[in-house]
Ligand binder design. Structure first.
Ligand code: S3P
Length: 444
């Protein structure tokens, strides 16, 4: 659903940030819990679900497809309809701001013999959908969208789907997941090959729900094989906390003098943890305390302290998929390091909730930072600790991560930074402001 009128918010230089920050549940895992719960037979119980607008929109969609999705106390309870049991929604499915929501839903419904019309907010209606409708066409689904493969779009599902072998042309967990979800209701084996490994939550969760799924590394990349038409068994799921949300209090602590912040229980799945590796290479004082395993995922408490000696580095392009959502906040840290940070192999940043290279480069330049960029790369010249002039109002283009990145930047800049709209933060991190305020942030 679209949010209301724009709500500007200003961050001014803060004293030390300190304390413990309990960030919300993982967005990727939350979407998948609702969708797979709806495709299992029986009752799936979910704790720690992210109650951000993106995930709530997916929950509403699963109800429209015939599942029951309800909250009982702190637990979300989903009564699934079984693989192949989704029903034709009565109305348009509005996925709001969420690319993950719409692409995964398109996949799940593509092998059911009915048509569904999808739409979203002004950001989502600009984003490319051919990356999912191309492989879904191989199952037999037919898409009718706006020019450029944009929403609103009607996808006519395949009544007699055939299994598919698909090599993803872009590194995208959403595309991979859409194909696997479609493959659930196709007979035989559906195979996805990805050249660069992307987040593997769908694979782990499908296995957890009882699907027959196997992954192997081949010369062409990672090959995932799913056997269609399983009966998915309902699960009890504890959603780990989101490393992409943890990135904001962690990075704010690294750049605000005197800070010392603990962010407990963060999922550190290697397909998601690239930012933290990068920060440590830059010289960040960032520790993994109490490392352990929870629900098959590596988890630790992150402790971040003010780090005045960070250096710019060249981020290995091979790491891009494991930190794709974290480049905006990394560029803020880079502005506070000494030397240049180079980020290559990141064309995907141009098709997120907004063109994130353009949005960050424009805002950083307005804040007095030198940024150079090209089609699939950008670099930021660091100004050293406390060296960012700030003093700008930046446009967030309906993008939660742009808003949170500049609010963190404002906590360490010489002059305040205003974001033109903090509303989109509610898509992924509804408690961002309260959590940052409690650490000592100065937003108004
Ligand atoms: C996601 C995959 C990524 C990421 C998004 C969540 C997912 O998108 O940016 O926030 O849950 O599968 P792409 O698949 O487009 O890279």
């Amino acid at each position: 659903m679209s949010h209301g009128p724009a709500t500007p918010l200003t961050a001014t230089a803060a004293g030390p940030l300190s304390g413990t920050a309990h960030v919300p549940g993982d967005k990727s895992i939350s979407h998948r819990s609702l969708i797979l719960g709806a495709m299992a037979v029986g009752e799936t119980r979910i704790t720690g679900l992210l109650e951000g607008q993106d995930v709530l929109d997916t929950g509403r969609a699963m109800r429209a497809f015939g599942a029951t999705v309800e909250k009982e106390g702190d637990t979300w309870v989903v009564h699934g309809v079984g693989v192949g049991g989704l029903m034709e929604p009565e109305d348009v499915i509005d996925c709001g701001n969420s690319g993950t929501g719409v692409r995964l839903l398109m996949g799940a419904a593509a092998t059911h013999g009915f048509a569904v019309t999808y739409t979203g907010d002004a950001s989502l209606r600009k984003r490319p959908m051919a990356r999912v409708t191309d492989p879904l066409a191989k199952f037999g689904a037919v898409a009718h969208g706006r020019s450029g493969g944009r929403l609103p779009m009607t996808l006519v599902g395949a009544a007699n789907p055939v299994p598919v072998r698909y090599a993803t042309p872009v590194p995208s967990a959403q595309v991979k997941s859409a194909v696997l979800l479609a493959g659930l209701n196709a007979p035989g084996e559906t195979v996805v090959v990805e050249r660069e490994a992307t987040r593997d939550h769908s694979e782990r969760m499908l296995a957890g729900f009882g699907a027959e799924i196997a992954t192997r590394d081949t010369p062409e990349g990672r090959e995932i094989t799913l056997v269609g038409r399983p009966e998915l068994a309902p699960q009890t799921i504890a959603v780990p906390r989101d490393p992409s949300s943890a990135a904001f209090p962690v990075c704010a602590a690294l750049i605000v003098p005197g800070s010392d912040v603990l962010v407990p229980n963060i999922g550190l799945n290697p397909t998601r943890a690239g930012l933290f590796e990068t920060l440590r290479e830059m010289g960040a004082d960032l520790a993994y305390e109490n490392p352990r395993e929870e629900g098959g995922e590596p988890v630790a408490d992150l402790r971040a302290r003010f780090s005045p000696d960070m250096k710019g580095i060249e981020v290995p392009p091979a790491r891009a998929a494991s930190m794709i959502d974290e480049y905006p906040i990394l560029s803020v840290v880079a502005a506070h390091a000494e030397g240049t940070t180079v980020m290559r192999g990141v064309a995907e940043l141009r098709v997120k909730e907004c063109d994130r290279i353009d949005a960050m480069a424009a805002g950083l330049r307005d804040c007095g930072v030198t940024v150079r960029d090209g089609a699939d790369w950008w670099e930021v010249d660091g100004r050293g600790p406390g060296g960012m002039p700030g003093g700008a109002t930046v446009a967030v283009h309906l993008d939660h991560r742009i808003a949170m990145s500049f609010l963190c930047a404002g906590l360490a800049a010489r002059a305040p930074i205003t974001v033109d709209d903090a509303g989109p933060i509610a898509t992924s991190f509804p408690v961002f402001r309260d959590l940052m305020d409690a650490l000592g942030a100065t937003f108004r």
